[in-house]
Every structure is written in structure tokens, then in C-alpha cells.
Design a protein around this ligand. Structure first.
Ligand SMILES: Nc1ncnc2c1ncn2[C@@H]1O[C@H](COP(=O)(O)OP(=O)(O)OP(=O)(O)O)[C@@H](O)[C@H]1O
Length: 268
């Protein structure tokens, strides 16, 4: 990306914006004035200790939950219901795919809500499966596939909507380390090929720095954004060489220290 591209990105309306989001469950305030934005094609990672309110924030971002105050804007417009431009991938793929339906059907079914011809739906299923490297798996049932393949299928289902923004809640928490690394690289590749904006929540600092163009650090009780850390590692990342770079290691340590200092990391 050139300096000119960066200047243009800075002046463009963000694709997704959280503006002073506050949220309470009864008396308990979970989020306080959380603000951040994601530009077109940006990979934004949100990290914070367990129980900080990351899922609550993502539910608000996708309008699956409501905030007590503040607003979420998509392309500059405040949203009140789940917007067509935003799609969500949850952690628990085993609950997001219907076990009695073949993978192709799992991806195609939610598209029926839209005014698409059967041929257009079939094209989208084929393309989404290709985007995640599952061309061969269309006729399999979810239970015939590994955990990593099931999560790929769940990602394909989200991509079939052709969203501008993909929101992911701890998407790789239930798979082994090698599969996790493969899925991380898949998401970098999807961002590069499709230009989709990705907002990914994780408690894994290493993952956040490896994937993100910027990392939003949530901390405190109630949680607010304690830092927005730019990750100037370029867009081409590699599990071994990127993770050995001194600037990667420095950023990882810096964010780790921020989270360790946060009151929410000790209060449980
Ligand atoms: N529907 C709800 N009703 C009441 N309290 C809730 C509800 N959902 C979440 N909470 C509380 O809000 C706080 C934040 O929860 P949330 O799941 O958003 O955090 P999180 O950072 O995603 O946690 P984790 O990393 O463990 O998934 C927790 O104390 C949780 O118990």
C-alpha cells in the first residue's frame, strides 16, 4: 500500500464504525463508550481477556444485540437490524451447520431469504466453496468432515452472502494448532482475494498480531478500548517468518503487557 492509498483510506467513510457503544445487562455494565472503526479491506482484531465483553460487542456490531447507548454505522449509516453487508462466523461450527444437510445445501439454504434465482444461488455456493478450498466437499454431510473443514464450510456460508464485512467470534478456538494456522492463513488469503473487511475477536494475542492490520485492545470492567495498535507488518504474512520478526515479537509483548495490567485480567 502506498502513502497515497493510506491517505485515501483515511479520508474514506469507514465500512464499519462503533461509536461510543455502552451496554449493561441489568445493573451490570459490560461495555463503556467503546469506539473503533474498520476501513474497506482492513483486518481488525479485537483482543481482551475472557469475560471482558468481546462477544457482547460483536453481537452489537452485527445488530444481533442492542446497545444501551451509542451506535453502529455501516458505510456511514446507523444500523438498527442485521445489515445485509455484514455476515457473522461463530466459534461453534458444530452448531452453525445443520447435520442433516449436505454442505452445499447448508450454504444455499440461507440464501433463499434473498431474491436470487436458483442458478445464482448455485453459482454462489460453488464460488464460496472454492473460496475456502472445499470444492470437493459439496455433497458431504458436516459429520463426514474434520473440525477444520466444518469451520471452512461455515466461512463459505458467510461468504456466499457476498458481505462487505465478515465478523468472526473466536472462530478458531475449537480446532488444533495446525488447523488453526491453516485457517488463519485462509482468512488472510480471503481478505487479499475478495477485499472483504474482517473484524475478528480473539483472546489470543499472537493470533491478533499475526492477522491484524490493527489490534483493538479491550480492557477494564466495564470494558473500553484501552489502545488501538497499528500492526505495520505488511499484508503478506507467514506463520514462521512473520512470527520470528523482532517487530512482531515486540508488538506481541506490548499488547500482552497492556492486557496483564488491565484490572479485568485479575478480577475474573
Ligand atoms: N445475556 C446476558 N445476560 C447477562 N449477562 C451476560 C449476558 N451475556 C454476557 N453476560 C455477561 O457479560 C460479561 C461479558 O460477556 P461476553 O460473553 O461478552 O465476554 P467475552 O469477552 O466474549 O468472554 P469470553 O472470552 O469468555 O467468551 C460476562 O460477565 C457475562 O457473564
Amino acid at each position: 500500500m502506498t502513502t497515497g492509498d493510506l491517505d485515501m483510506q483515511a479520508t474514506k467513510t469507514p465500512v464499519l464504525e462503533a461509536v461510543n457503544i455502552s451496554k449493561s445487562y441489568g445493573e451490570k455494565q459490560v461495555l463503556a463508550d467503546v469506539s473503533f472503526s474498520a476501513a474497506e479491506g482492513e483486518f481488525v482484531c479485537i483482543v481482551g481477556p475472557s469475560g471482558t465483553g468481546k462477544t457482547t460487542l460483536l453481537r452489537t456490531l452485527s445488530a444481533l444485540g442492542t446497545a444501551n447507548s451509542g451506535e453502529v454505522r455501516v458505510n456511514g449509516t446507523a444500523i438498527t437490524r442485521p445489515p445485509a453487508e455484514v455476515s457473522v462466523v461463530f466459534q461453534d461450527y458444530s452448531r452453525s451447520l445443520m447435520p442433516w444437510m449436505r454442505v452445499g445445501k447448508n450454504i444455499e439454504l440461507p440464501l433463499r431469504r434473498y431474491n436470487l434465482s436458483p442458478a445464482e444461488r448455485a453459482t454462489r455456493v460453488t464460488e464460496a466453496l472454492r473460496d475456502v478450498g472445499l470444492e470437493h466437499a459439496k455433497d458431504l454431510y458436516p459429520w463426514e468432515m474434520s473440525g477444520g473443514m466444518q469451520q471452512r464450510a461455515a466461512i463459505a456460508r458467510s461468504l456466499a452472502y457476498r458481505p462487505q464485512v465478515l465478523i468472526m467470534d473466536e472462530p478458531f478456538a475449537s480446532v488444533d494448532a495446525q488447523t488453526r494456522a491453516d485457517l488463519e492463513d485462509l482468512m488472510l488469503d480471503i481478505r487479499a482475494r475478495l477485499g472483504v473487511t474482517i473484524v475478528l475477536v480473539t483472546h489470543d494475542i499472537e493470533e491478533a498480531v499475526y492477522l491484524g492490520d490493527k489490534v483493538i485492545v479491550l480492557s477494564g470492567r466495564p470494558a473500553s478500548v484501552s489502545a488501538t495498535v497499528d500492526v505495520p507488518l505488511g499484508r503478506t504474512r507467514d506463520q514462521i517468518s512473520t512470527k520470528s520478526r523482532p517487530d512482531y515479537l515486540e508488538l506481541r509483548a506490548k499488547i500482552h503487557a497492556m492486557i496483564m495490567q488491565s484490572p479485568s485480567s485479575v478480577s475474573g
